[in-house]
Ligand binder design. Structure first.
Ligand code: BGC
Length: 758
């Protein structure tokens, strides 16, 4: 027998064995859960559905009746299923003891926390990670986050946040992977796999949570918590796909959302939770509500009171109540009176207990409470190295006229200017879990450690962006105008060979409750840029922000523009790696940057309309879909990002294959530097029963191209890439003409058409 055949047989044998061991494990857990469920009283079952906030920290409005003592008693009586914001090996052990050593059945608690982009070691914010277009960045980052969180006693992260967002005004766009369903899906799979690993019971993995189900990113006007009204077409084809990927990847939990969707709050949506998630997708983990959101169904005008909200949410498939305390108060009575079928409650409890078994908590409830491991695993050099690598891969080079970048290491003098340049805190980003305040490497520090000993580095603050307290929960005070630092900055820039000017946002301008109507640079930043340009034309503008910004002046006038987002604990080093060419930038925008906020929501996968741009005439008639005072197009489009190398696309070929179409394109690195290019494939289904976007990302590959080399990249597009969800949530492709577009961003593409039938 040929060796490869032997190998295939052995491998399939191993796979079958692994699968059956998995099945046996699952069957055993199912039996154990049922045995336990059979022993539980109604009150104990209800207890499992309560998720309480710990007293250590809070991340939302504190419930009016918050009372730690009362909570402790309830835990002891088996009245609580899990806690959030209880931290450290010691803290979680103490809380766990209350449940395990006092309650009748000793059912362990599950401890959850918002580990959004790292626990102590901060990875770049999720939007930045998505800008790497590299799932390994997401996977390795999630592994680091999981290792640190698990070592601190945690079992469960409320991440990934995979809400598609097309609106830069929404502060939570920073927590997302941006505007595109395909890119978000790629990152989602990697995040889930990174957090959960192969085995949830391993001491370095944690359960993930796909949130917020669903359509939270479509809040009207980008205003957080606002109403969401979207079509079935958008829901099925844009919002749901990443969530389906999360379910298919085995994500342990889902979180529903604060918003209503087309008139029904997510918590009360049987359609989302029962029909789609637990029905069509066969999701067998549990659904947790968002903070207090079951109770908010009353203010939405969907439930009459707490009891009504509890009944509606449980019936709709919300298994666990985060801090509304509606289940705690009313589920028992609802079941006893027959208003709620006990089978529905049993299903919720079964799901919660199953995850606890999978985490290994019944074998040893203290398995994650190891102070020794905690002291060795958090903020390690290895973890920081992952953060540095993730940071530099997330950076997007937007402009490099005059070839100002990369900077030579032995440049004589550099002026580093801007309050953000010196900040050791802003790069940590919002939703920063247990990051230590002011612990990031600043841009200034990064530059100082990258340059030669002969280089003179001078810093000037230039502008003041914020004043007063900067916290996750309080409003931020932006300084409207302040030119007091201008003279010093101008003097410093004047005498330097190169100026690195850091502009952007404070990290607390983004995150929950941080929507803005204005997405230009705040305060005196732009005024300072204009003044500096008068005295030194060699300005590299480094942007630090968590949302797309409207920066047409910078795009027009700055010779070099580098998007660095909030790049995490090692930000300064990651940024310096790119500025000095130690890393050749490879990031691509996961969101469109507008000229003007009035273009929002702005996204690349738009419909043609009946009157597209091609209808515009030279005689100045207005009858086409446009603004009279701003372009339709993005300032920097989705998928855009430069390298210090240059790539030329050529020879796009399409040929029919058994299942669809084979696409090939040749790419030449026309520069003298090696570089990485992200080759993107978009399609347009020209005539369809539901009109389709004029382009939609369906595949991409990252290729490393040696200087001067040419490489042919191939893609197979099948019904999966060419089809779409139809009315009734049915997925299939329609026969007809498809335009296939390939390029290094969503705007500059080669295109060809092909007729296909399926
Ligand atoms: C947020 C969630 C978060 C939860 C717990 C809510 O306000 O919307 O994303 O997981 O708080 O902190």
């Amino acid at each position: 027998m040929k060796t490869w055949m032997m190998l295939v047989l052995i491998l399939s044998g191993i796979l079958v064995e692994a699968q059956s061991t998995m099945d046996e494990k699952d069957e055993k857990i199912a039996r154990q859960v049922q045995e336990l469920l059979d022993k539980m009283t109604l009150a104990e079952k209800v207890g499992q559905t309560n998720l309480y906030n710990g007293t250590w920290e809070f991340t939302g409005p504190v419930p009016a009746d918050d009372n730690s003592q009362e909570k402790a008693e309830l835990i002891k009586n088996g009245g609580v299923g899990g806690m959030l914001n209880v931290l450290t090996a010691k803290g979680t052990r103490e809380a766990q003891k209350l449940a395990v050593e006092n309650s009748r059945l000793g059912i362990p608690l599950i401890f959850g926390y918002d580990v959004i982009h790292g626990y102590r070691t901060m990875l770049p914010v999720p939007l930045a990670q998505a800008a790497s277009w590299d799932p390994e960045v997401a996977r390795k980052g999630a592994e680091v986050a999981a290792r640190e969180a698990a070592a601190s006693g945690l079992h469960w992260t409320f991440s990934p946040m995979i809400d598609i967002s097309r609106d830069a005004r929404w502060g939570r766009i920073m927590e997302s992977a941006g505007e595109d369903a395909f890119l978000t899906s790629v990152m989602t799979k990697a995040w889930v796999e990174g957090y959960q690993g192969e085995d949830l019971s391993a001491v370095h993995t944690i359960a993930a949570c796909a949130k917020h189900f669903a359509a939270y990113g479509f809040a009207e006007g980008g205003r957080d918590y606002n109403t969401v009204q979207i079509s079935d077409q958008t829901l099925y084809n844009v919002v749901l796909p990443p969530f389906k990927v999360a379910a298919d990847a085995g994500v342990a939990t889902f979180m529903n959302a604060f918003n209503e969707l087309n008139g029904v709050p997510a918590n009360g949506s049987e359609f989302l939770q029962r029909d789609i998630l637990k029905g069509k997708w066969g999701f067998d983990g549990f659904v947790v509500s968002d903070w207090g959101s079951i109770g908010e169904m009353i203010t939405h005008g969907f439930a009459a009171n707490d009891k009504d909200a509890a009944r509606k949410a449980m019936r709709a498939g919300s298994d666990m109540d985060m801090e509304a305390r509606a289940y705690e108060k009313h589920l028992e009575a609802l079941v006893s009176s027959g208003e709620l079928d006990e089978k529905i409650l049993d299903d919720a409890v079964r799901r919660i207990l199953t995850i606890k078994f999978k985490l290994g908590l019944f074998e040893d409830p203290y398995r994650y409470c190891d102070e020794q491991r905690e002291s060795e695993s958090i903020g390690t050099t290895e973890n920081l190295a992952v953060a540095r690598e993730a940071g530099r891969k997330s950076i997007v080079l937007l402009k490099n006229d005059k070839g100002l970048l990369p900077l030579p290491k032995d440049v004589k003098s550099i002026a580093v200017i801007g309050q953000l340049a010196n900040s050791k805190d802003v790069p940590l980003g919002s939703w920063r879990a247990q990051a230590v305040t002011n612990s990031a490497v600043s841009v200034l520090e990064g530059i100082e450690s990258a340059v030669s000993s002969d280089t003179e580095v001078t810093f000037a603050k230039g502008y003041t962006l914020t004043t007063g307290r900067r916290t996750f929960i309080h409003e931020l005070t932006i300084v409207p105008e302040d030119e007091t630092g201008f003279d010093e900055a101008i003097a410093v820039a004047k005498s330097a060979e190169v100026t690195v000017l850091v502009l952007g946002e404070d990290c607390f301008q983004t995150g929950e409750g941080r929507s803005q109507t204005d997405i230009q640079l705040k305060g005196s930043q732009l005024a300072l840029f204009r003044e500096l340009m008068k005295v030194n034309q060699n300005i590299v503008v480094v942007l630090m922000n968590g949302r797309p910004l409207a920066i047409p002046e910078l795009a027009a006038e700055a010779p070099a523009l580098v998007e660095t987002w909030f790049a995490g604990s090692q930000a300064g080093h990651s940024i310096a790696d790119v500025l000095f060419g130690k890393y050749n930038p490879s990031g691509k925008l996961p969101v469109s940057f507008p000229y003007h906020v009035g273009q929002e929501p702005l996204y690349y996968d738009r419909k043609s309309t009946g009157r597209p741009q091609t209808n515009a005439t030279d005689d100045g008639l207005v009858f086409w879909s446009h603004y009279t005072d701003a372009p339709n197009e993005a300032l920097y489009p989705f998928g855009y990002g430069l390298s210090y190398a240059n790539f030329a696309y050529d020879q796009l070929k399409l040929s029919k294959s058994d299942n669809g179409v084979t696409v090939s394109v040749s790419i030449t690195n026309t520069s003298s530097l090696d570089g990485i290019e992200t080759v993107q494939v978009y399609v347009h289904d020209v005539v369809a029963s539901w009109t389709q976007p004029t382009k939609r990302l369906v595949a991409y590959k990252q290729v490393e191209l040696k200087a001067g080399s040419t490489y042919t990249v191939e893609f197979e597009l099948t019904e999966q890439e060419l089809g779409f969800y139809h009315q009734g949530y049915e997925f299939y492709a329609e026969d007809g003409t498809f335009v296939v577009m390939v390029g290094g961003n969503s705007r500059d593409v080669l295109k060809k058409s092909i007729d296909l039938s399926f």
